[in-house]
Design a protein around this ligand. Structure first.
Ligand SMILES: [Zn+2]
Length: 376
């Protein structure tokens, strides 16, 4: 029972499908992880998130350490019990969010001192404190503490940040220790500079992790530059461990990443879009705010089996968004997460069948059509 392992069951080109086994259940890969920042996937009950097909959620160390606090969550039985999700949870290290959200940061070799964006209180995060917080949360997949420099940055600055992250990766590994059933992932950095990525991958392989993330992408470099890195980066990492692309992405980013050998991804996009009136469908993005939907009795996507599409018209979804009713965010988030998980299942099935190219061609062809035409 106390195991964490990864099995690749089939490959198609560079894409892989398989299973991560954890004591809290299996994670089918390629996997999309919905983001439950503050111990909730906003507007969704955990059982509803599971019903969309999610095997694992992501929680944010930075947010949870500030509110309600990792010690409090530990006293209340850990994050799984606290948020009523008994399946696997991955927590990020806090590093990225300290750099993007916190105030008054001071970065040293030891770690980062910062002021909370919630109440201004001062905190310190380091490889050792991040490992301790993620242990208190009870996370199944723990991320090494790293530094992701704000872009644009010079090559020297990116090299310096990557090398600091590799020293922190070793400290994370040492502090994590031996925890059967729990996994520690290292994070490759180096921006879009190939030799830095290679140096980073070599350092991480030397330390040895249960899985490897590709960090520092999806931070505004654009899809072409991201795919440029993904054309070589996954293969710098061990083939027998999961590869996790952090913070990605839009549906076509996900498809392109899976084609290039990525096994896991996370993004706030499907849930965040659901609260701003944006729906993702086979035929691209639908803006439910648009007046064209006001009299439209058709569902968002007639082939979708989610509750929003089975029970409600575009006209209704348009109305509740305009009226700022809570059900608007609930229905659109459910639909979006359902769409993402359906896409992942399609990718897994296609890789297993050796038909990924056909699947990807069909995926792009359907999106090319755009949304269904308005009713006459
Ligand atoms: Zn739907």
């Amino acid at each position: 029972m106390s195991r964490f392992s990864f099995t690749v069951n089939a490959t198609d080109g560079r894409a892989r499908t398989g299973v991560i086994d954890t004591p809290r259940g299996q994670i089918r890969t390629p996997a999309f992880m919905p983001v439950g920042t503050a111990a909730t996937v906003k507007a969704m009950l955990p059982e509803s998130v599971r019903a969309t097909g999610a095997d694992i959620l992501l929680g944010n160390t930075y947010h949870l350490m500030l509110r309600p606090g990792a010690e409090r969550i530990a006293r209340l039985g850990g994050l799984h019990r606290f948020m009523n999700w008994d399946r696997p949870i991955l927590t990020d290290s806090g590093g990225f969010q300290v750099m993007s959200l916190a105030d008054l940061r001071k970065l040293t070799e030891d770690g980062v001192t910062f002021a909370s964006h919630v109440d201004g209180s001062r905190h310190f995060l380091s490889p050792e404190t991040s490992m301790e917080i993620q242990r208190l949360l009870g996370s199944d997949i723990v991320m090494a503490f790293d530094e992701c420099p704000a872009l644009p940055a010079t090559e020297d600055r990116q090299a310096e940040a990557m090398r600091l992250s590799m020293r922190w990766a070793q400290r994370s590994r040492d502090a994590f220790g031996d925890r059967p059933g729990h996994a520690l992932f290292g994070i490759m950095q180096g921006g879009v500079i190939r030799h830095l990525r290679e140096e980073s991958a070599q350092a991480l392989r030397g330390i040895g992790f249960d899985g490897y993330a590709i960090g520092g992408l999806a931070v505004g470099e654009g899809q072409e530059a991201m795919f440029g890195v993904l054309d070589y980066a996954p293969e710098l990492l061990p083939t027998d461990k999961p590869r996790y692309l952090m913070g990605v992405g839009k549906p076509d980013d996900i498809v392109g990443a899976v084609q290039r050998g990525v096994d896991m991804m996370d993004c706030v996009l499907p849930s965040r879009s659901g609260r701003t009136g944006q729906a993702w469908t086979r035929r691209g993005q639908v803006n439910i705010k648009n007046a064209r939907h006001a009299d439209d009795p058709r569902p968002l996507d007639e082939s979708c089996t989610c509750p929003a599409c089975r029970g409600y018209s575009r006209a209704y979804l348009h109305h509740v968004f305009r009226a700022q009713e809570m059900i608007s965010g609930m229905l659109l988030t459910w639909h979006n997460l359902h769409y993402y998980q359906t896409l992942m299942q399609g990718l897994r099935d296609a890789i297993a069948a050796g038909t990924l190219d056909t699947f990807v061609t069909g995926f792009h062809a359907e999106r090319q059509q755009g949304d269904i035409p308005p009713l006459g």
